[in-house]
Design a protein around this ligand. Structure first.
Ligand code: NOJ
Length: 560
């Protein structure tokens, strides 16, 4: 294995940053972020160390689901800019060493998409079969809805044609009929369009729903015998068109079921998948101050092919879903991090960001990010995490965590010069508002969270074993501690995290090591940790302490 492999398989050691153009930076003062504003902030992102931007949907939309309801797969929402500005953004990002991936939302369209309008106009329309219809009254499906606060069925009655159409999400998002080869062709065509404009792949929305076939008849099923074959097709298409483009899939399923979406041993379907199970168990561990749920989830995480990768995260733009925990476990996390009903959503998730859940405790917040970056996988940040932004619970539902980026302590947090009443969304208020949490103040402060996150990113990038290695959970006596080792070739890194406020010393043993090795601290300027003749070490940890230790021969040539 050579260091150049890390550039061929760039996604295995990338740092991904998710943002929504409309809430990031407003350059024309209309109250809504735009591509011109994002371009102005590219240098900030590259200085932070981000290597890949994930742009949430920016296409023309009816905005019933914050852009995840698209009316034109080939367009740019004119409120955000033009196709020309999109290309300029991609090009500027590339110059600063950043790739761009975009959301691919093809489970459904908006109900105002021309295809659906045509499909609704007449049963004889060639677009009728782009969607999934049924003539008889559907059975009760309230248990299958995704957004139980607004929907009680996955079928909606269409007055005009007197049939019901399928919608996994809101009723304004009719599901496309994936068994129709014309639909599949349209998806590939739209992907090809954006790839030609320079992007490096897609974050694929709701993958299991995209390839499922609920509600279709046998004849339709016969047109789509191998759903995973279609994912393979998409992956090889992206590969052919770009050489190194990726598919980062949203598949919130148990680990064992995720294997099939990677393409099993061949690894020829989704390039990456979010580790929802790891994330949920991380929160359970934090709530209990007990590392074992997370350690168990990591140990059970299935092995994947060398080209596949897990995407690790502690927050995304949706509700922080805890749906894969048991009811009792979820209740524990709710009690610890979101006890008020207005902090919870859909009975399964939280609508807070990490810093507010941890009462702004800087030691704990840093420990969690240190932990996330030290886990094998590719870290994904949601904009604003690097400065410790909170949420605005006065905003409806999942949008509470999608508030404007906080650039300065000034009006609108420096996001826009428009009147506050014209902003796309209100800024955060109170102790996590822009007066207290903003980029400008943190940029000049070496002790800021922003400086710490930049350090984590730099160390992560310098430690490709974190992206490439399999993880070993090291034996040690403390429940509240997670000690891990990632080894790849002769590169080894040991990470130790204390999930509780109680200081301790962590004894453990490193295989194959003796006094000819030493452990260099990568996050703080401390003396190396000594290793005895049998590979035994003792690592002191403060309450909520965290350490990354590079294992190196004393005469090693690697920069620490
Ligand atoms: C998952 C996205 O993350 C979410 O924001 C969206 O509402 C649904 N898919 C539907 O597109």
């Amino acid at each position: 294995m050579r260091i150049s492999d890390t550039s061929d398989l760039w996604w295995k050691t990338a740092v991904i940053y998710c943002l929504d153009v409309q809430t990031f930076m407003d350059w024309n003062d209309d109250g809504m972020g735009d591509f011109a504003g994002l371009a102005e902030r590219i240098d900030y992102l590259s200085e932070l160390g981000v290597t890949c931007l994930w742009l949430m949907p920016f296409h023309p939309t009816t905005d019933r689901d914050d852009g995840y309801d698209i009316t034109d797969y080939y367009g740019v929402d004119p409120r955000l800019g033009s196709a020309g500005e999109f290309v300029e953004l991609v090009r500027t990002a590339r110059d600063r060493g950043m790739r761009v991936i975009i959301d691919l939302v093809v489970n459904h369209t908006s109900d105002r998409h021309p295809w659906f309008r045509a499909a609704r106009r007449s049963k004889a329309s060639p677009y009728r079969d782009f969607y999934v219809w049924r003539a008889d009254r559907p059975p009760d499906s309230h248990k299958d809805v995704t957004f139980p606060d607004r929907e009680s069925s996955i079928w909606e009655y269409d007055e005009k044609t007197e049939e019901w159409y399928l919608h996994r999400f809101y009723r304004t998002q009719p599901d496309l009929n994936i068994t129709n080869p014309r639909v599949r062709d349209e998806i590939v065509k739209a992907m090809g369009f954006w790839l030609e404009l320079g992007i490096s792949g897609f974050r694929v929305d709701a993958v299991p729903f995209v390839i499922e076939t609920t509600g279709v008849d046998q004849q339709e099923l016969d047109r789509f015998r191998d759903p995973h074959g279609y994912l393979r097709h998409l992956r090889s298409f992206v590969g052919r068109r770009t050489g190194d483009g990726i598919l980062l899939g949203e598949v919130n399923l148990p680990h064992q079921d995720q294997k099939a979406f990677f393409g099993g041993k061949d690894g020829d379907e989704l390039t990456m998948q979010f580790d929802f199970i790891g994330m949920q168990n991380l929160y359970l561990s934090l709530a209990r101050e007990d590392a074992r749920p997370l350690a168990r989830a990591l140990r059970r995480r299935p092995a994947i092919s060398a080209e596949s990768q897990w995407a690790t995260f502690v927050r995304n733009h949706d509700e922080l879903t805890l749906d894969k925990l048991s009811d009792e476990e979820r209740a524990e996390v709710f009690a610890a991090f979101g006890p008020q009903p207005e902090m919870q959503l859909y009975g399964r998730g939280l609508r807070r960001r990490l810093p507010t859940m941890l009462d702004g405790d800087p030691r704990r917040i840093r420990m969690v990010y240190s932990l996330m970056f030290s886990l094998p996988g590719t870290p994904v940040l949601l904009y604003g995490e690097e400065i410790g932004m909170g949420e605005n619970l006065a905003i409806d539902g999942r949008l509470a965590v999608r508030t404007p980026m906080q650039w300065t302590a000034g009006r609108n947090g420096g996001f826009s010069r428009a009147a506050p009443s014209r902003l796309v969304r209100p800024v955060v208020e109170g102790s996590f508002g822009p007066e207290h949490v903003n980029v400008a103040a943190q940029r000049g402060d070496p002790d800021s969270l922003l400086a710490f996150m930049s350090l984590l990113i730099r160390r992560y990038r310098e430690s490709p074993e974190l992206g490439w290695a399999d993880l070993r959970v090291l034996d040690q006596p403390h429940r509240h501690v997670l000690a891990t080792e990632c080894a790849w070739d002769d590169r080894r890194i040991v990470a130790v995290h204390n999930l509780s406020a109680v200081a301790c010393t962590v004894p453990t043993t490193l295989d194959g090591c003796d006094t000819t090795y030493q452990l260099i601290d990568l996050l703080e300027d401390r003396d190396p940790v000594e290793i005895d003749g049998r590979g035994r070490i003792d690592v002191p940890l403060e309450g909520y302490g965290y350490r990354w230790l590079r294992l190196t021969p004393r005469d090693g040539r690697r920069l620490a």
